[in-house]
Design a protein around this ligand. Structure first.
Ligand SMILES: [Mg+2]
Length: 309
């Protein structure tokens, strides 16, 4: 017998009881002989946990595959499968992607606007994030387009444009208060990743380094090893070792194809308003407006989130 939690999170303000009943029915119908739903727990007016049991010993990924039609069948509700064990809530390391995850923008596109190559860079970013291009190659191509840009005088201006995603400061504070370590691993650039790390009081950051010549202009190259999907995954494991936390208690949040390896390595992975291919391949998808909704995935109620208990 394996135990799972299916968390239903509405995109709108309310998750109606009929929607919960319908999803519960669909879950049981996917394997009537094997799956039972034992109980439910209301987390908020927008989120409810359904506690499911399935005969035999299966892992989260296989249970999620069984429920594929339920997960994909609801446009306005995210249906998230977690193993019902102690690691669900007891997260000790959260690793975030930066561009289009902790912040709304893609920094490389903001830089590209100054170089007059925004459209070309945007097109390559889109394909890379949808896993149609190798990330390393896509970064090389995009950085090459920025060659000659006088960057040294632009850092502060670009930093002012970065907009932190709704719910991120509250989520980070809540997790920190619980003793969880927080990191940003970015395929973008270190000047901006370390700025966001400071803004959010994170514990660690890693990103790429743009090469600048003696006149403060971009050379069109990066320096050192590229932070790609593989690097994010390896760094996540290093952080688990450094912070002395089990990998099972780690979680990766990102939107791009280059976040999938780390999502697979971590105890859990969340595709945040991600590209369609990434949503399908990730352990779960969350397409709501506020990142504090991640706390529902960990099983926290509104009262716990807002300190009323
Ligand atoms: Mg991203």
């Amino acid at each position: 017998m394996s135990k799972f939690v299916v968390t239903c999170i509405a995109h709108g303000e309310k998750l109606p009881q009929e929607a919960i009943d319908q999803i519960a029915k669909e879950i049981v119908k996917s394997s009537p002989q094997e799956i039972t739903i034992n109980s439910t727990k209301k987390l908020s007016t927008r989120a409810t946990d359904l506690f499911a049991e399935i005969t035999g010993s299966i892992v989260q990924k296989d249970f999620k595959n069984k429920l594929a039609s339920v997960i994909e069948g609801h446009d306005d509700v995210d249906v998230i499968v977690s193993a019902d064990n102690e690691y669900r809530q007891a997260k000790e390391l959260f690793v975030f992607d930066m561009d289009s995850t902790l912040i709304y923008q893609e920094v490389i596109e903001l830089i590209a606007a100054y170089a007059g190559v925004e459209e070309q860079v945007h097109e390559i970013t889109e394909r890379a994030m949808n896993n149609e291009l190798d990330f390393k190659e896509s970064l090389r191509e995009r950085v090459k387009l920025l060659k000659g840009l006088q960057i040294d005088t632009l850092y502060d201006e670009i930093k002012q444009k970065l907009e932190i995603t709704k719910g991120v400061p509250e989520l980070c504070k809540f997790l920190h208060d619980k003793g969880c370590k927080l990191a940003v691993l970015s395929g973008g650039f270190i000047q901006f990743a370390s700025f966001i790390k400071d803004q959010l009081n994170l514990d660690f950051c890693k990103a790429n380094l743009l090469e600048v010549d003696t006149e403060g202009k971009l050379t069109g190259k990066t320096l050192g090893a590229t932070v790609d999907g593989q690097c994010k995954s390896e760094t996540l494991l290093q952080l688990c070792a450094e912070f002395k936390v089990p990998v099972e208690s780690s979680c990766m949040v990102g939107d791009g194809g280059n976040d999938l390896p780390a999502m697979g390595t971590a105890g859990f992975g969340i595709a945040w308003n991600a590209k369609p291919k990434v949503q399908k391949a990730a352990p779960c998808k969350l397409n709501t407006k506020s990142m504090t909704d991640i706390l529902y995935i960990l099983g926290y109620t509104d009262d716990e989130i807002h300190g009323r208990q």
